[in-house]
Design a protein around this ligand. Sequence first.
Ligand code: DMJ
Length: 622
Amino acid sequence: MPVATLLPFTATPNRKSASPTSFRLTEKFILLLVFSAFITLCFGAIFFLPDSSKLLSGVFFHSSAVETNTHTGPDSSDAGSAGNDDRLLAKIKKDHEKALLEAKDTLQKLPDVIQNDILADKAKVTKESMGKGGKDGNNLPFIEYHRPPGATGLEPQDPETRERRAKIKEMMKHAWDSYKRYAWGSNELRPVSKHGHSSNLFGSIKGATIVDALDTLYIMEMFEEFDAATDWVEKSLDFNVNAEVSVFEVNIRFVGGLLSAYYLSGKEVFRRKAVELGEKLLPAFKTPTGIPWALLNLKSGIGRNWPWASGGSSILAEYGTLHLEFMHLSRLSGNPEFAQKVMNIRKVLNRLEKPQGLYPNYLNPNSGQWGQHHVSVGGLGDSFYEYLLKAWLMSDKTDEEGKKMYYDALQAIETNLMRKSTNGLTYIAEWKGGLLEHKMGHLTCFAGGMIALGADGAPGDKTGHQMEQAAEIARTCHESYARTTLKLGPEAFRFDGGVEAIATRQNEKYFILRPEVIETYMYMWRFTHDPKYREWGWEAVQALEQHCRVEGGYSGVRDVYALSPNYDDVQQSFYLAETLKYLYLLFSEDDHLPFEHWVFNTEAHPLPVIRKDKTDRPNEVE
Ligand code: DMJ
């Protein structure tokens, strides 16, 4: 029978003009009755038939449960199926209660504990899914992650300090939000013209500000922003570029930033990216001596040195500032090559004769000979000394070679470069072939913090002496700020021609949001708790707010002696990585990133101490 004939309102050849109104009343009544009986039947089937869901699943999915039921069918009485239902109900109720209890448990845990649980579970799954070699899909060995102590810190006790710290977090938010709004994905922000800025230091690698800021966001507990940055790293950070980069800058900002982000958060993506980038930097070491090139094309692996560097030399502060990151890369990748490369640099340096015990800034990577005899604890030399000391500290004080090199170098610096001005300001001059230039760079001001950090381990009872030196350098650098109109420090200041701690050359009067002076205040505060260091830091905050803050972020200024700021229109990535981080830590409690567990790379990225013996300190990096 065609289906159409069963339907009452379907037109047929005999009833061409038939319409619903043409039914008689009795016909209508019967139709209504049939229809309502049909509807009742359907509802009955849904609500009143026993176990209809099983029936349906049996029909559509042939579930084994239905098959079992079917087999037991003839013997199963009503009482039996009621018993089954009771048991089923009881089980559902029990499961439900268990889930509720678990959820309650989870809600009572601190976010940090929950995150650790998730990471531990993830690590377990990763480990289980690994092959015999214990390597993951990226050929990285399995590492059980334990967050080192002090990744985040408690609120400061004192209300004024708490308020000041909150202010610095607000500054970070302004810098970050502005970058996100106007320059997301670019290396840096132009805060006045409100667009992206790309320095050629990073070739065509993008996102320097994102990677440099990751750990600051984490430390300040700006987790929403941290997650957005992580997402960008996951999806967009790309090192497959056919471009020349500065090996040093990429190492301290990108490798350092990624390593810190990994150690703070435990997210594997950062370890993977750090190792991937580290591997791309390895061809820079293909020189006759193993002293790396300053510049490297990441695609071709071809390196060269800065054309302005004396006799084609590599730069001390560049090849000497790879050690911390490369030691961690070996640890995280299982590849000893990274550590071997940086240990070889030491070997080359230790074979060379050093003029007055000093390390010249230039070294030719082909001949292994010094270039011009220029020595500086500021630009071109600075972080080499820093990394000798920190290599020793980061090795849990086992790297005796690094220790000796640092304290010997510091002695040579004290003898040959450190001087006192007529009015009693201690400064570190620059050395050019035996002659002193009585100038100190803003960059050199980091030395106050470095000397304080190393004072405790100083040989021959020199701890007190080195702490005094560090305090004097901090005072001199503070003077370099205090003696300007804008209360921000010049790029370099001089102690000659009747001036002290003042820039005399126009091209040395700029301030580009650098961190070194604040970095020294932070170390001095931690070691002495002298309130003046917090006061000096707060002076800097006020000056930054007054003269560098603009609607679109923070800008450097061209002349700190001018009556009002002339902006350079760059928000440097190190402003977020270093300046704001050191300010925040200056107003934090000491157990936030404690020095016994962390060392800061030269871009202020904290790296954990590598413990010689895991057993007595189980919660740290092995
Ligand atoms: C940073 O990139 C690092 O601190 C580096 O060691 C020197 N200069 C800048 C900040 O001034």
